[in-house]
Ligand binder design. Structure first.
Ligand SMILES: Nc1ncnc2c1ncn2[C@@H]1O[C@H](COP(=O)(O)OP(=O)(O)OP(=O)(O)O)[C@@H](O)[C@H]1O
Length: 334
């Protein structure tokens, strides 16, 4: 179990808060079998805020179900907040979910009890869990339940809404209160399934800003599943999921004096060496069915099969040329 704030020894990568390897989830009914996750690999570091995007049916909700302890994997490994989720009983998974995970759903009805005010919704979580635990293991340090309710409503930017019922709140306000409810118990990991799915663009932005603030101020590791492309502006890493596997990811960083944002695209390579090329790259170069690979001194070139013969002779020319004269042509660098 991950507790405490002790630093790992120099050179040792700290344990990530989400680690999946070769994760498989198969749904079986009487005569059909659906493999929703097909050997998925994922690593989210402590305190990171990451978006998971992908087409409908690609396995996003299935993954969140497993990571939150609501569902169990068919095979493979999933470790969240230091807890290995394989082979837990339903009771153990429920205890894990309550103590370690905050969850925000798209539908308000799943996030908030309609007959309780915003403050009462937050307090209800604390009543069920018996208090507010900190990541360092301390419990209810210096604050009682009422203080924690006020604190968490302040954190998500809606202290003035404390006495309103969900029906008296706008969609964006409801989602921010839902975020307060999810954070009440100081979870290690915050998971959100399409939290802005029912909101307009401006309101989505407000909710995502609140999530960013919560992530920064509390250090909660955050994974947002979404179709909403604008989420990418609020996270450092956007991971694409395709056919039940993570495929590519875009890492955004700020650099230079003007803080310009640069985005770099990466592909995830699994333990047996499989990687997926971004759809846009495939379309742009007409890569389909079969591609030609060639190993260069510092990269692997991926070319349409039909262009490969010409390019190979160019590569051989380039290899013969002196180093300072330039490298091989880059039909598709992987
Ligand atoms: N309970 C279930 N029983 C059988 N098949 C299921 C079940 N839940 C999901 N699936 C199937 O598993 C696959 C992945 O579904 P999942 O809901 O995880 O995808 P998703 O990426 O979240 O889709 P969406 O964006 O539409 O919510 C789909 O083919 C879906 O039909």
């Amino acid at each position: 179990m991950t507790t405490g704030t002790a630093r790992p020894p120099l050179g040792v990568r700290p344990e990530p808060d989400i680690l999946c390897s070769d994760l498989v989830r198969i749904y079986r009914s009487r005569d059909v079998e659906v493999q929703a996750l097909q050997g998925l690999d994922l690593r989210v570091e402590r305190g990171e805020m990451v978006a998971l995007v992908g087409a409908s049916g690609s396995g996003k909700s299935t993954l969140l179900g497993i990571l939150s302890g609501l569902d169990e994997p068919s095979a493979g490994r999933a470790v969240v907040a230091g807890q290995d989720l394989a082979g837990l009983t339903v009771r153990q998974r429920t205890a894990f979910h309550r103590s370690r995970v905050g969850f925000v759903w798209q539908q308000t009805a799943r996030n908030l009890l309609p007959f309780l005010t915003a403050a009462q919704n937050v307090a209800a979580v604390l009543a069920v869990s018996g208090g507010s635990r900190r990541r360092d293991g301390a419990s209810r340090v210096g604050t009682g339940r009422a203080d924690r309710v006020a604190e968490v409503l302040e954190l998500v930017g809606v202290p003035e809404l404390r006495d309103r019922f969900p029906s008296e709140l706008s969609g964006g306000q409801q989602q921010r209160v839902a975020l307060a409810v999810a954070m009440a118990n100081r979870p290690t990991v915050l998971l959100a399934d399409e939290p802005t799915g029912a909101l307009d663009e401006e309101t989505s932005g407000e909710v995502l800003e609140a999530m960013e603030r919560v992530n920064r101020q509390s250090g909660v590791t955050t994974l947002i599943v979404t179709h909403d492309a604008s989420v990418a502006e609020h996270v450092e890493r956007t991971i694409q999921i395709r056919d039940g596997r993570t495929s590519t990811e875009v890492v955004r960083s700020r650099s230079g004096e003007d803080g310009a944002v640069t985005a770099e695209e990466y592909s995830v390579i699994d333990r047996v060496g499989r990687l997926q090329l971004p759809q846009a790259f495939q379309e742009s170069l007409g890569l389909h069915d079969r591609v030609r690979l060639s190993l260069q001194s510092d990269h692997v070139a991926v070319r349409p099969a039909q262009q490969a013969d010409d390019a190979d002779s160019q590569d051989r020319e380039a290899e013969r040329a002196p180093r300072h004269a330039g490298g091989a042509g880059e039909g598709g660098r992987a």
